[in-house]
Design a protein around this ligand. Structure first.
Ligand code: A3P
Length: 320
């Protein structure tokens, strides 16, 4: 009945019947497709997106695993690439009145959800899109075109804690909350939205080493520590470096402040608005800090996550 309500295509229904499934974190099931876990509704969107999306060379794709700082990255890249049109970050800037998820839509969550075929005529170049898709599942045109990919990752402990909080907010009162232990067990087995977390990160990390001009790999922790430096690196990578004149008149600081957690989370729009799908914008702004995981995880959980991270990523030179 649930599958019928979702209006799945016959192709998707048939695929689902052949895929491994597990109970999800919010409701219904997760399906493992091309090695990664998706909700039913999202899987349909992934298939539609894979069949339809035509990347252009000038496109910029922002890629993250959920809760790695997607909202922040969307705000930053929007502000960077639109700064000629919107040089003033204190007044009349779109980010002051609109949530970053509206300004930079998700491919599979927003544009292709429920088998919609999006209208791209309103997009101007460079088109900005976001996705949580793992590298292996990107639409062929995005894999093969020279469009730029910006990947933002976050240490798995804080990502897990953030995801646990977020998914509990999405559960109805009747469902109750998921316990930390139960979700932790799923996370370390890789059964989380777009998980396994480590495989997702590794796919883009390797690609960034092989094709550094195409994939920029950023870390949430480094963005928090040296926001200006990372902003400048990002602008350079996207082919719109800050000029000396911009630097002297404080353009980098302006964007950094505009997109900061303090600023965005306190804007009226982000305190009161919500997505068409129902999620309140404020759910995307919780603490925005590095290291919150230690306030929630037991020393054993921390040790376990560190151990998996070391085991999976260390050989590739990636550390958190
Ligand atoms: P916490 O739950 O640890 O606070 P996503 O945008 O991928 O859904 O990630 C959400 C996480 O990013 C949340 O982490 C949220 O608070 C944090 N975040 C949102 N906006 C931010 C910003 N401007 N700067 C830093 N962190 C931000």
């Amino acid at each position: 009945k649930y599958l019928l309500e979702l209006g799945l295509t016959p192709e998707c229904k048939q695929l689902i019947s052949s895929l491994p499934a597990e109970k999800g974190w919010v409701a219904n099931l997760l399906h493992q497709y091309q090695g990664f876990w998706h909700t039913t509704r999202q899987l349909q969107a992934v298939l539609t997106c894979q069949n339809h999306f035509q990347a252009q060379e000038t496109d910029i794709l922002l890629v993250t695993t959920p809760k790695s700082g997607t909202t922040w990255l969307k705000a930053i890249v929007f502000a960077l690439t639109n700064r000629v049109q919107y040089p003033n970050t204190d007044n009349n800037h779109p980010l002051l009145s609109e949530n970053p998820h509206i300004l930079v839509p998700f491919l599979e969550y927003g544009l292709y959800i429920d088998s919609q075929v999006p209208n791209f005529t309103t997009f101007t170049s460079p088109r900005l899109f976001a996705t949580h898709l793992p590298l292996v599942s990107l639409p062929e045109s995005a894999k093969n075109s020279s469009c730029k990919l910006v990947y933002l990752c976050r240490n798995p402990k804080d990502t897990f804690v953030s995801l646990w909080h977020f998914t509990n907010k999405l559960r109805t009162k009747d469902m109750g909350s998921n316990s930390l232990e139960e979700t932790f067990d799923k996370f370390i087995r890789g059964v989380s939205l777009y998980g396994p977390f480590w495989d997702h990160v590794l796919g883009y990390w390797k690609e960034s080493l092989e094709n550094p001009e195409r994939v920029l790999f950023l870390k949430y922790e480094e963005m928090k520590e040296q926001p200006k430096l990372q902003l400048m690196k990002l602008a350079q990578f996207l082919g719109c470096p800050f000029s000396n004149e911009e630097e002297t008149r404080g353009a980098v600081d302006g964007i950094q402040k505009l997109c900061s957690f303090e600023n965005l989370s306190n804007l009226e729009v982000n305190k009161t608005g919500k997505l068409a799908s129902g999620e309140e914008y404020k759910a995307f702004f919780r603490r925005g800090e590095v290291g919150d995981a230690k306030n929630h995880l037991t020393p054993q959980m921390i040790e376990k996550l560190d151990q998996i991270t070391e085991q999976k990523l260390h050989g590739y030179g990636l550390k958190f």
